[in-house]
Design a protein around this ligand. Structure first.
Ligand code: PGA
Length: 248
């Protein structure tokens, strides 16, 4: 059985005072049976690693560069994230793909760099609304999976996140059948390529909240969620963690 994951992506939100949310989350999620990741802005990683302490909550980054170091103004390397205690990194989020022109090949190279630094990668894929309307969803997902996930992926070094772009931050979610179809497609792709595919976790992301998490996480091949808006406050994220835990 695959252990469920509740992962929070804080995006460009959070100042030092927001670390209090992590303290609150710790006390609201004692005795949980799922894996929990929080990916705050890079400025908060070190302090949040220290606050997370012995709890089950692991801290991650939201992106990294494909190079170890060098003349890349404004960028952050995987080694730098690991150096301050991050254990994971989100790569290929749709906001990076669309706002920073990240191709699947770039995502692939970042994944390799992240593994070299010992980070677990949360690799995101997802179609736009136009892709879905034109019936191209599975083609887009196939391209992203095929070119973003390196051949050395395992259940230990990689987590896949399916996030339909049109469901991110919009309050709209696909139907349960639509989620099930794409997750099944992703599972089949993983089975065709990787030995440990059956143990690889596939998260759903896009407008997950405390009210819909339990039903979404119960869909076949959905192993938890990658959560944006509802991960910012402990009071909103805790019920999502509990939903993941109850199904673990
Ligand atoms: P959302 O974002 O939960 O705010 O829709 C999800 C994500 O972008 O990971």
């Amino acid at each position: 059985m695959r252990r469920k994951i509740a992962a929070g992506n804080w995006k460009m939100n959070g100042l030092k005072a927001s670390v209090d949310e992590l303290n609150a989350l710790k006390s609201l999620t004692l005795d949980t049976k799922c894996d929990i990741f929080i990916c705050p802005p890079a400025t908060l990683i070190e302090e949040m690693v220290s606050v997370s302490g012995e709890s089950l909550i692991r801290i991650g980054g939201q992106d990294c560069h494909w190079s170890k170091s060098g003349a890349y103004t404004g960028e952050i390397s995987a080694e730098m994230l690991a150096n301050v205690g991050a254990q994971a990194v989100i790569l290929g989020h749709s906001e990076r793909r669309s706002l920073h022109q990240e191709t699947s090949t770039i995502v692939h190279d970042k994944v390799i760099a992240a593994w070299a630094a010992g980070l677990t990668t949360i690799i995101c894929v997802g179609e736009t609304e136009a892709d879905r309307d034109s019936g191209a969803t599975l083609d887009v997902i196939a391209e992203q999976l095929g070119h973003s996930i390196p051949d050395a992926a395992t259940a230990d070094n990689s987590i896949i996140a399916y996030e339909p772009v049109w469901a991110i931050g919009t309050g709209r979610t696909p139907t349960f059948d639509e989620i099930a179809d794409v997750h099944k497609f992703i599972r089949t792709h993983l089975n065709d390529r990787f030995k440990s595919a059956n143990q690889m976790r596939i998260l759903y992301g896009g407008s997950v909240n405390g009210s819909n998490a339990a039903e979404i996480f119960a869909i076949p091949n959905v192993d938890g969620g990658l959560v944006g808006g509802a991960s910012l406050r402990a009071i909103d994220f805790a019920p999502i963690v509990v939903a993941a835990s109850q199904l673990s």
